[in-house]
Design a protein around this ligand. Structure first.
Ligand SMILES: [Zn+2]
Length: 404
């Protein structure tokens, strides 16, 4: 281990012997009392020294015997420490690719703030390279979303859609004007490739997965059709439900942005659950949905650029959180946003007792903290139902004091 105080956290001295890491309530912690020698020692935690050299430096600074190890343990327990060489062999291989790492540096820094263990951030970033994600829908939202996932280091992002690019599909970060008239899939895949920080994995590597290709860790449904966003059809995801493949909905309907639910088949509310609850509340719901689905709109749908970008961004963030091993708040909920207030609010999508998905029989854990590891690539992998250790209450309050 080459300990490094997380560079993503700004440091400041609150007084002569209390140091604060981070500026926001979400991540800020304080450490104190810190004597002069220990304060000087903190400057050495920049990832260039291993424990042996740090102990030697500690002795030189006059720190008591054992103090260096105690300090490192406490800093690590508080989530302030990273390991400049940690994360396993895949992370080490990624570090060798300097240009790729330079592209992903801000993403790694973000991961360092949600990862607890030293080196965990690099391990998660490297794990993204082996993940496969499919995005259905290559309109304004879907293409941008796919590009974001690709740019964030997801190894394979496959986009599916029909037809050709229309002028109103064009968006910054998505399909470009030059693609109008081209096949949507072809154009969207080019956008995805262009966003990737690295060349896609060679086919040989994929062929190595002997017993059939690994499944998708996540499928995202970003339909251009607004009714498919508002009233997702359970029939469209029958295969995903049967295979246990996690899937996330995202899109825009009548200038309302929607992200969620993230469906973990058999564990969280699905499109079928949503449909049943709506039918329970409103007897006319099935009749309306049937009409909406049978009549194609005569006009271009309301999906302005900023809303498309907002939805693509939030949906990609939820997708990445899930792929990195957390359970984002879109599990069992749909986040919605609309002008003019532009406040995101969550509408619950709980499991319905009569939905064949069976989620009502096995409610998801309400644990939203980051789980042990990144998602496996195989479809059907589900998050462990084991809870993480309870979060440190002091940490949640935004500050932490330790006597060192
Ligand atoms: Zn269901």
């Amino acid at each position: 281990m080459h300990p490094m105080l997380k560079p993503a956290l700004r440091r400041g001295w609150r007084d002569l012997d209390t140091v604060q890491f981070g500026v926001t309530p979400a991540h800020a912690l304080t450490l104190g009392p810190v004597d002069r020698a220990t304060g000087g020692f903190l400057d050495l935690l920049d990832g260039t020294r291993g424990p042996a050299l740090l102990r030697e430096e500690g002795r030189r600074l006059g720190l008591p015997e054992g103090q260096v190890d105690r300090l490192l343990t406490r800093l690590a327990d508080a989530g302030l420490l990273d390991d400049a060489r940690g994360g396993g062999p895949a992370a080490a291989a990624l570090r060798e690719k300097k240009e790729v790492m330079d592209r992903l540096r801000p993403d790694l820094a973000s991961l360092s703030l949600v990862a607890r263990r030293p080196g965990e951030d690099a391990g998660r970033l490297a794990a993204r390279r082996d993940l496969r994600v499919r995005v259905h829908g290559a309109g304004r939202v879907g293409t941008m979303l796919a590009a974001l996932l690709s740019g964030a280091g997801i190894g394979e992002v496959d986009v599916r859609d029909k037809g050709c690019v229309e002028p109103w599909d064009v968006a910054p970060g998505g399909l470009q004007a030059g693609a109008v008239g081209e096949r949507r899939e072809t154009a969207a895949r080019r956008v995805v490739r262009g966003a990737a920080p690295d060349r896609p994995p060679r086919p040989a590597r994929r062929a190595g997965s002997a017993a059939g290709e690994p499944g998708h860790a996540l499928v995202i449904l970003a339909p251009r059709d607004d009714i498919a966003v508002h009233a997702p059809d359970p029939a469209d995801v029958a295969e995903l439900m049967a295979a246990g493949t996690p899937h996330l909905y995202a899109g825009v309907v009548e200038a309302v942005g929607v992200v969620g639910p993230l469906v973990l088949p058999g564990q969280t509310g699905c499109a079928g659950c949503l449909h049943r609850f709506r039918t329970d509340r409103d007897g006319a719901w099935p009749r309306l949905v049937a009409q909406w689905r049978s009549r194609a709109p005569r006009h271009v749908r309301a999906c302005d650029l900023t809303l498309a970008a907002t939805v693509a961004g939030l949906a990609a963030a939820h997708a990445l959180a899930f792929l990195d091993g957390a359970t984002p708040s879109s599990a069992d909920a749909r986040w919605e946003v609309s002008a003019p207030g532009l406040n995101w609010h969550a509408r619950p999508v709980p499991p319905h007792p009569h939905c064949p998905c069976g989620a009502a029989r096995e409610p998801v854990s309400d644990d939203t903290s980051v789980r042990d590891g990144p998602r496996a690539t195989m479809a059907g992998q589900r998050p462990s139902s084991a809870s993480c250790p309870p979060a440190d209450a002091a940490r949640l309050a935004g500050t932490w004091r330790a006597h060192v």
